[in-house]
Write a protein that binds this ligand. Structure first.
Ligand code: ADP
Ligand code: ADP
Length: 221
């Protein structure tokens, strides 16, 4: 499902070059729930961004859903990303002046799905995360755990094959974190969604199928 081969990523500024990833190899089979851990600055977000086709590798190849990615610009890649991938972030990234249900509909808006069908699918996704009763609220009227559930509904509304989550429980207390993990685990089990999650929390990582550790841009396990 996700195939990272010999991927290196260098960030260049005027004076410094940072090698964020060095000849990384990683394959994530369809249906796996994988955790990535490692100290701050070891390349976790860079790896996730490369898997999400947000960052282009300096070297190496990325294959997603059987397609090797060669062109990182243009509408084709944007459509591919929109159809195949769902993203979840530590800080939720909701739009504060849109209601919950309008936030969830966003990926479908880019796909030009009609308004009735958008509402139907968003309502279904909100039911899936147990937030049916909050659809007309605004994000700032919700708790952190509820905001993250909205973000998960937005990530799954278009039925992506892959979910990429960058510290999804990082801003939540342990009870809310457990709730979010339960939703992700259920999603993985019920729908077979492949999930890659960056986390600093060993306890959350232990709930997933496999743990990969990074250090200084390299895999150490
Ligand atoms: P975390 O450690 O929680 O993964 P970071 O603070 O390392 O998050 O990174 C947050 C975002 O900032 C990432 O998307 C990363 O690409 C970007 N970033 C990290 N370090 C730098 C840097 N030195 N210069 C510019 N952007 C950076
Ligand atoms: P992590 O997510 O594990 O904290 P990152 O992938 O964010 O690590 O960063 C890996 C390394 O690359 C760090 O040294 C960071 O400072 C650097 N880096 C990340 N993004 C950028 C960027 N946009 N420009 C320059 N350096 C960056």
């Amino acid at each position: 499902m996700i195939e990272i081969k010999n991927v290196s990523k260098a960030y260049r500024t005027d004076t410094i070059e940072t090698l964020a990833l060095q000849k990384m190899n990683l394959s994530v089979p369809s249906g796996e729930f994988l955790s990535i851990m490692g100290p701050s600055g070891c390349g976790k977000s860079t790896l996730l961004n490369i898997m999400g086709l947000i960052d282009e590798p300096s070297e190496g190849t990325v294959t997603l859903a059987g397609q090797q990615i060669t062109d990182y610009n243009g509408t084709r890649i944007a459509r591919f990303r929109n159809e195949q991938l769902g993203f979840i972030f530590q800080s939720f990234h909701l739009i504060n002046d849109l209601t919950v249900v309008d936030n969830v509909e966003l990926p479908l808006l880019y796909r030009k799905v009609g308004s009735k069908e958008r509402r139907r699918l968003a309502t279904e996704a909100l039911a899936h995360v147990g937030l049916s009763n909050r659809s007309t609220h605004f994000p700032n009227q919700l708790s952190g755990g509820q905001k993250q559930r909205v973000a998960i509904a937005r990530a799954i509304v278009g039925r992506p094959n892959i979910i990429l989550a960058d510290e999804p429980t990082g801003n939540l207390d342990s009870r809310m974190g457990d709730e979010i993990m339960d939703i992700l685990l259920k999603l993985n089990e019920d729908l077979g969604t492949t999930i890659v999650m960056v986390t600093h929390d060993e306890r959350m990582a232990k709930k997933t199928h496999r743990l990969v550790r990074l250090s200084d841009g390299e895999r150490v396990s």
